[in-house]
Write a protein that binds this ligand. Structure first.
Ligand SMILES: Cc1ncc(COP(=O)(O)O)c(C=O)c1O
Length: 393
């Protein structure tokens, strides 16, 4: 049976990991893969996660099935983390999902159940798994302009124009903060303008929040979600705890819907449940139980906020260090977008050929688009990195 299958091209980022690993040069740098790393190049388990896990081992007395929606106390904590003190809680449904990817996938299935011709507008560019994941599930996707590679700014006018021209009822996928790959987000004023168009055109916002707490504090990063939730009758929000809790492999995320009324919410809950039952039956428990115990315990929550702040600050400092070093080594080039961007990613803004030379001549690895993961920069490698970049300009 399987001899008929053709090999698939390797995932560009996973391929880079292997190449970097096999590179014998001591000074090599990995700016490819999308995980947070410390200045020592590690992705450790957060202290607060370890603490919550220890408590869990001692207190958990059953591993019996929990159900399609996962852990109810995780779901209520995630709903508050996402929406704050929302007035419309009785029009909301939140379920636990296997990571942010699982959340996006379940959302896609429910959108298709509700309207099989649904079109989702996605930013150009967007996270490299959005299109395969949502398109692969059967959704029709259309791009809207987002990032201007020349000026390294958001194309806000072109974006608003495209949204104004989108057919009523279409969905628009937004990144709540730390836009992946550009690192550039709309300002609060621009989010208000975007929301005006969404309301005017009766579009349905579908927000992916995979980096809450990585650009700013948790509430500031949720601005787009909360502002839209106060203005639109319906919306969808996918969240991930992979980055802000460092729980990547545990697969923790949530999916929230805001709908017209309580009856619709109840019907939707039954639809989500039946959909999940046939897809993966129920989400994995451990990571969500950890998150729930952190969010429901004031001391643990405080500790988490401090650890999250330390990750955010390190990313910001590394952007500033690289920008400073590039100003010295390549004074005729403007890299100020490095410090205007937030979160883990941004584009360096160099050609594929220059990316290739960085890899070949200097052992500096990044994806062809020149998107870099700032977490790969350390005080120890930044000078070498800036010299290498200057050498290929
Ligand atoms: C924009 C965006 N959305 C969703 C995800 C999914 O994260 P996960 O499925 O690992 O929770 C990622 C991960 O890199 C992402 O960058």
């Amino acid at each position: 049976m399987f001899e008929s299958l053709q090999p698939m091209p390797a995932d560009a980022i996973l391929g880079l990991i292997v190449e970097h690993k096999e590179d014998p040069r001591a000074e090599k740098i990995d700016l490819g893969v999308g995980v947070y790393r410390t200045a020592e190049g590690e992705t450790p388990v957060l202290h607060v996660v370890k603490q919550a896990e220890r408590r869990l081992v001692d207190s958990q007395d059953s591993k019996a099935y929990l159900g399609t929606a996962g852990n109810p106390s995780f779901n209520s904590a995630m709903q508050s983390l996402t929406f704050g003190q929302a007035e419309a809680a009785d029009r909301m449904l939140t379920v636990q999902t296997p990571g942010g990817s699982g959340s996006l996938r379940v959302a896609a299935g429910l959108i298709l159940r509700a309207r099989d011709s649904a079109t989702v507008w996605v930013s150009d560019p967007t996270w490299n798994n959005h299109v395969p994941l949502l398109g692969g599930a059967g959704l029709l996707l259309e791009p809207y302009p987002y990032y201007d590679g020349e000026t390294h700014e958001i194309h806000i006018d072109a974006m608003l124009e495209a949204l104004r021209a989108a057919p009523k009822g279409d969905l628009v996928l937004f990144h709540a903060c730390c836009h992946n790959p550009s690192g550039l987000d709309p300002s609060e004023e621009q989010w208000r303008q975007i929301t005006d168009v969404v309301v005017e055109r009766e579009l349905l916002p579908f927000i992916d929040m995979a980096y809450q707490g990585f650009a700013n504090d948790l509430d500031t990063d949720a601005f787009a979600v909360r502002h839209m939730a106060s203005r639109v009758p319906e919306m969808i929000v996918s969240t991930s705890c992979s980055k802000n809790f460092g729980l990547y492999r545990e697969r923790v995320g949530s999916l929230s819907f805001l709908v017209a009324d309580r009856d619709t919410r109840d019907t939707l809950a039954s639809q989500v449940s039946s959909y999940v039952r046939t897809l993966y039956s129920m989400p994995p428990d451990h990571g969500a139980a950890v998150v729930s115990s952190v969010l429901h315990d004031a001391a643990l929550r405080e500790r988490w906020i401090v650890e999250l702040g330390a990750m955010r600050n390190r990313l910001r400092e590394m952007r500033e260090l690289l920008h400073g070093a590039l100003k010295e080594k390549a004074p005729s080039h403007d890299f100020s977008h490095l410090v205007r961007a937030t979160g883990m990613f941004c584009f360096l803004g160099i050609s594929v050929e220059q990316v290739g030379r960085l890899k070949k001549d200097f052992g500096v690895y990044m994806v062809d688009s020149s998107r870099i993961n700032v977490a790969g920069i350390t005080p120890g490698n930044v000078e070498y990195l800036a010299e290498s970049i200057a050498a290929v300009l």
